[in-house]
Design a protein around this ligand. Structure first.
Ligand code: SDX
Length: 430
């Protein structure tokens, strides 16, 4: 006997029995789809804090216990034992690949990293100092104009080719945006390099000298990308699902996700954290900025702190903090002043009643920027780094949604609070 919840209309006492939906893990949901049809009443949850937009088998988050699973595997185990390409396969297909499956997938990705040559000219159309995220949004959206051979989104083979192309090309596009920004020539990908080594070379190689990839830097990026690959129904993934539910070209849907990720409350936070640390400047200024963050009249927030779901700790932040130590030590930057400032800021905030009461802990963005900066990646490329990793999650969720025969266009309703109906007023009457 499945469980139900009664919805009683306060106007007339009419009762609608609503079925409960149980998942594998986590809270159950009450299915409210029949409420409006039966009771003429909407449910109301403007920022979706208590609302499930779908059911999904990709990622599970337990915000209270700091648990993050990709297809059931704990993210700390994947960060320790796996690779970003293997995690990409897992998120897209639901199972870890065997050796031959991984080989085939890795080879396919390496062979789709180039851009159509005319696409490389798009970057010249941007102002020299355009933010790389503006270029990513525009160029990824334009990909829909290049691949007319695989636009049948209801063909599983077309969906598979799209995902491989998108995951393969996003590093090339991000690196090209960076080269446009710094005024250096575009660097073509090299198929013999792994995913993150290829990205580092496309970012930092110049024609004037040979470029040697630092394997520790490539490994650091690989771990960061694993940790950023997916995060269930976050704002940018929900945007990809919403856009994709109209049946639009998948490259356009991913472009909408990139635009959503750019916001400082979301993926733009890693860039905002570094700007905030530069603004604080010194540990002596920490108390002043902690007070600013607590002041309701001050728009300043502690960037990299807080999370809609994690109300204990963000498991990714803990892994990245630890990894920060290792990378900085390898690079001979153990006494990196930014890292020292971040550690002290975290210590002071976590001992402050305001942050404890509101359950505000460091999130994935708090330490990632320190590693990116130590690797020589400029601050305005931090969010593009996040976008490269999250492209895997966006593709996985888009494929899961489009592959669901029950999928319908997403179309929320509203509570109307505007003017009552009124007649037009002629100009001489106003
Ligand atoms: C990401 O959703 C995801 O999964 C996102 C992400 C992913 O992998 O996709 O995890 C990636 O986006 C991480 C979050 C990065 N953003 C930041 O670090 C920006 C700073 N954080 C805040 O903007 C905020 O914490 C959010 C946006 C992350 C969460 O916002 P919520 O859940 O809507 O929380 P809230 O704004 O309602 O805050 C609750 C209270 C408020 O005070 P009261 O109104 O209750 O008095 O906490 C306060 C807020 O003012 N608060 C902060 C704060 N974050 C929340 N106060 C100071 N500094 C902060 N950082």
């Amino acid at each position: 006997m499945s469980k139900t919840m009664n919805f009683t209309n306060p106007e007339n006492g009419e009762v609608t029995e609503l079925p409960m939906i149980e998942g594998t893990l986590g809270p159950a949901g009450v299915d409210v789809r029949s409420v409006y049809g039966q009771q003429g009443i909407f449910t109301y949850d403007p920022s979706f804090s208590s609302t499930c937009s779908c059911d999904s088998a990709i990622t599970y988050i337990d915000g209270g216990n700091g648990i993050l699973l990709y297809r059931g595997y704990p993210v700390d185990q994947l960060a320790k034992n796996s690779s970003f390409i293997e995690v990409a396969y897992l998120l897209l297909n639901g199972e870890l690949p065997n050796a031959s499956e991984l080989e085939e997938f890795d080879t396919a990705i390496r062979r789709h990293t180039m851009l159509n040559e005319s696409l490389t000219k798009f970057f010249q159309g941007f102002r020299y100092d355009a933010h790389p995220m503006a270029m990513l949004t525009g160029v990824v959206g334009s990909l829909s104009g290049f691949y007319h051979d695989t636009t049948d989104i209801y063909n599983p083979e077309h969906r598979k080719i799209f995902a491989r192309r998108m995951i393969a090309k996003i590093p090339t596009i991000a690196a090209a945006a960076y080269k446009r920004y710094v005024g250096q020539p575009f660097v073509y990908p090299k198929n013999e390099l792994d995913y993150c080594s290829n990205l580092l070379r496309m970012l930092f190689a110049v024609p004037a000298e040979e470029y040697e990839v630092d394997p520790v830097a490539a490994k650091a990026l690989d771990v960061l990308f694993i940790l950023h690959a997916d995060h269930e129904q976050n704002a940018s993934t929900s945007t990809v699902r919403m856009a994709g539910s109209t049946g639009c070209n998948p490259y356009a849907a991913i472009s909408s996700g990139i635009a959503a990720l750019w916001g400082p409350a979301h993926g733009g936070a890693n860039e905002a954290v570094l700007r905030m640390l530069d603004q604080i400047g010194d540990v002596s200024q920490i108390p002043r900025f902690i007070e600013k963050a607590k002041d309701k009249n001050d728009p300043f927030r502690l960037m990299g702190f807080g999370h809609r779901v994690y109300k204990n700790f963000d498991p990714r932040a803990n892994i990245i903090r630890e990894y920060c130590h290792q990378v900085l030590e390898h690079l001979g930057m153990e006494d990196n002043p930014l890292f020292e400032l971040a550690l002290k800021l975290e210590e002071v905030a976590l001992n402050d009643d305001y942050f404890k009461e509101k359950k505000l802990y460091p999130n994935v963005d708090f330490y990632s920027g320190i590693i990116y900066k130590a690797l020589g990646i400029p601050v305005n490329m931090f969010t593009p780094m996040f976008a490269i990793a999250r492209t895997v999650g966006w593709c996985a969720h888009w494929m899961e949604m489009i592959g669901d025969p029950a999928m319908r266009i997403a179309r929320p309703r509203q509570i109307y609070v505007g003017s009552d109906q009124r007649d037009y007023v002629q100009m001489n009457q106003r």
